[in-house]
Design a protein around this ligand. Structure first.
Ligand code: PLP
Length: 392
């Protein structure tokens, strides 16, 4: 079959579409990372990232995808054998937990149904039971990209405060930051982990951690061997980050993406756009669910994600067949199901540089692919999305 013509509709939940102006900005000629002209850009970008994180704290950058920042957080805050509590959300909470175990930490999973999310009363009971404060850290994935569910970090903070538990609060904001609200300082987050390739609309390959004063104090006592990821190494440098060469191009790209987010559109408008497009997607999927069609994977309406929707296909049907049709015949790239959800779920990313026609085009194509694949559904889901978007 010949390659489909036209621009690809990229509806993955990260990496995401990169605005043309960011692509152009990133294609900057090589510059010395100590050149005063670059340092001006660098310092501005660091301030901008702090604005997006809503923090006054220290931020450390890594030339690595999100996994690098996950590891940076763990090896800088803890020591081997430390116990952590990881709230189960899905594929990514499992991944962070496996990493912690591989490093020699003792992660304990606070189990939760992937479709309903954690019961916060269970979290509170677990923290109260830890009278000796053996748990040194609580790891939370703000937005589980695999299931399309968010977790109310502010409520987790309240529980830590209410129980008087001193565990450090680590939050993975990789698929929430720049898409919906996150407030590092107000929510008392000790370590916020972020990445470049989602709401920040940049290529994959740079990640960062915001670290509170309490986090820095914990770092001072951490005995994990580390060098490239060491915050102590980083803070001693002019850039207060990067052990080694600074990836200058990213900073030119990020200067532009931060301008788009913070100045041109404004963060609150960015969040409102994401909320609106997310709701349009959910209305469409709910409509499709008639006639034993596909369903929203997330069944907790209080925790719907505004950056990604996971769609559970009917029993006996393969989500990857649908994705292959969408990609091969119609040039629409959808996210796949991760881990145990492979083949059972496809994911529509609605974060980053995205507007109504892109979402409607994607939804129409999913409906078209469902017809081609003979997957049961209630036709006309796109009309439900249009009706919602037309309201205002
Ligand atoms: N955490 C979340 C919530 C993610 O969505 C991802 C990637 O999609 C990661 C962590 C891992 O980040 P990376 O793939 O950039 O290493």
């Amino acid at each position: 079959m010949s390659k489909p013509r036209g621009r690809q509709f990229f509806a993955n939940p990260g990496p995401t579409n990169i605005p043309d102006s960011v692509l152009h900005a990133q294609a900057h000629v090589t510059i010395d990372f100590n050149d005063p002209a670059f340092l001006e850009v660098y310092d501005r970008v660091v301030l901008g990232v702090k604005q997006v994180l809503k923090t006054q704290s220290e931020v450390f950058f890594y030339t690595a995808s999100g996994h690098g920042a996950w590891e940076g957080a763990l090896v800088n805050l803890f020591s081997q054998g430390d116990a952590l509590l990881v709230i189960e959300t899905g594929y990514f909470s499992e991944g962070w937990s496996h990493m912690a175990a591989d490093l020699g930490l003792k992660p304990e999973k606070l189990t939760a149904d992937w479709r309903l999310g954690v019961d916060l009363a269970v979290l509170e009971a677990r923290l109260r039971a830890d009278t000796g404060h053996a748990l040194k850290g609580l790891c939370v994935v703000h937005n589980e990209t695999a299931t399309g569910m968010s977790l109310p970090v502010q409520d987790v903070r309240k529980i830590l405060d209410r129980t008087g538990h001193p565990a450090l609060l680590l939050v993975d904001t990789i698929s929430s930051l720049g898409s919906f609200d996150f407030r590092m300082d107000e929510w008392g987050v000790d370590c916020a982990v972020g990445g470049s390739q989602k709401g920040l609309m940049l290529p994959t390959g740079m990640s960062f951690t915001g670290v509170s004063a309490k986090g820095m104090a914990a770092h001072a006592t951490s005995t994990f061997p580390k060098h490239y990821l060491s915050w102590t190494q980083m803070i001693a440098r002019r850039h207060r980050s990067f052990v080694g060469t600074v990836p200058t191009s990213y900073f030119y790209g990020m200067q532009e993406s931060l301008r788009l987010l913070l100045e041109e559109e404004g963060l609150d408008n960015v969040f409102a756009r994401h909320a609106r497009l997310a709701e349009a997607v959910r209305r469409c999927v709910r409509h499709w669910s008639g006639n034993n069609g596909p369903q929203l994977f997330c069944q907790n309406a209080d925790r719907f994600s505004d950056s990604v929707t996971a769609v559970l296909v009917p029993e006996g049907h393969d989500a990857n067949t649908l994705r292959s049709i969408a990609l091969g015949r119609f040039n629409v790239s959808l996210g796949g199901g991760l881990g145990a959800l492979n083949g059972r779920v496809f994911r529509i990313g609605h974060l980053g540089d995205l507007n109504e026609p892109m979402i409607l085009g994607t939804l129409s194509t999913v409906e078209l692919a469902m017809q081609v694949a003979k997957m049961p559904h209630n036709p006309g889901g796109v009309a439900a999305a249009i009706a919602y978007l037309a309201e205002g």
